[in-house]
Design a protein around this ligand. Structure first.
Ligand code: LMR
Length: 331
């Protein structure tokens, strides 16, 4: 009897501390932008909530600024399982064979965050996230960034001013068409390479929401920034499906709750972050800001409608029409 009790005590003495020290589940969250952007802040907020609410059973390691992977590589890394979570821009989903995501790149398709949310939070948004499962991924949420400005070393006021300008874009057929529709020469580059490409003149200009432009200091190597708001750039948060479904159910539920709150946070700071970034660009005095009149903006929209015509078939006419019906887009 005594021996049995002793054996049990010894077993417990070893087992308890080991259980207490069970290694946390690690979620590597890789992204390409700065911590101060809407995505960067939301990733860090998700980390905080996830770690607090699972009482340390989950550890979220956030790697900003392309520290781990550049644009294209990060999607492959997620599918391979070497990272568990990403929030790539919606322009980066077409290479998975999911061309419908390029609808978000269509110029002037959304006039406001309200219109965008009608799509991301409506049936089209849900349908698109569901498609990711066929690629071994789960789409947990849409995170906002904002509306893009156009920058260059010459003033871009009319669509014709874009003629011959080498413009960096993300790898998207729609963005390629958009730049060509105004006579620019699109050049695909990874986000981490844009600053240097602008600085050394490899490209003349680029497009991005102000939060990305400002945190990468692109405005320091661009003489003009046009408030064109010609297109939207935002994200979907992705997890590796095998990893996510393999989590204990209670942990997964807690993480889903943390993601819901991080999403509300992301979408509540995005507009202000972009407004603040523009104020920062202005204050720096490094580049001149060009505001467009309604008439000038209409000319950009008219010229860029070609990108819609050329890509409706590719994206899927039914889906694009569903979005037009929601946002009221008219050429
Ligand atoms: C870009 O490549 O311009 C963006 O996708 C970067 C980002 O993630 O916001």
């Amino acid at each position: 009897m005594f021996k049995k009790i002793l054996a049990a005590v010894v077993t417990l003495a070893f087992a308890l501390p080991m259980a207490a020290q069970a290694a946390p589940i690690v979620i590597k969250f890789s992204h390409v932008v700065a911590n101060e952007t809407p995505k960067g802040q939301a990733a860090n907020y998700f980390k905080k909530l996830a770690e607090e609410r699972t009482k340390g059973k989950v550890k979220v390691e956030v790697y900003p600024n392309s520290q781990l992977f550049k644009d294209k590589e990060e999607m492959e890394a997620l599918q391979m399982g070497s990272v568990q979570m990403l929030a790539p821009s919606l322009a980066k989903f077409a290479p998975l064979g999911l061309k419908e995501f390029e609808l978000f790149d269509l110029p002037f398709i959304f006039d406001s965050y309200e219109e965008l949310h009608k799509v991301t939070q409506g049936p089209v948004g849900t349908k698109l996230l569901k498609k990711l499962e066929t690629r071994g991924l789960i789409g947990l949420a849409y995170w906002d960034n904002g509306f893009k400005v156009m920058s260059a070393n010459k003033p871009l006021r009319k669509p014709e001013d874009m003629r011959g300008q080498k413009m960096r874009i993300q790898s998207s057929k729609v963005l390629d068409s958009q730049m060509r529709s105004v006579g620019a020469i699109p050049q695909v580059l990874a986000f981490s390479e844009v600053y240097q490409a602008l600085q050394t003149g490899v490209v003349d200009g680029t497009e991005n929401p102000p939060s990305n432009l400002y945190t990468q200091k692109m405005h320091e190597v661009q003489k003009y920034v046009t408030m064109s708001n010609h297109g939207y750039l935002g994200y979907a948060v992705l997890v590796n499906k095998k990893f996510w479904m393999g989590l204990p159910a209670d942990i997964r539920a807690t993480l889903e709750g943390a993601m819901k709150d991080a999403t509300n946070y992301a979408n509540s700071v995005a507009k202000k972050d972009n407004d603040d970034a523009m104020a920062g660009v202005k204050k720096s005095g490094k580049s001149q800001i060009i505001n467009l009149t309604a008439q000038e903006k209409a000319a950009w929209k008219k010229a860029m409608d070609k990108a819609h015509q050329q890509n409706i078939g590719r994206i899927g006419a039914a889906t694009v029409k569903e979005v037009y019906a929601v946002t009221g887009y008219k050429p």
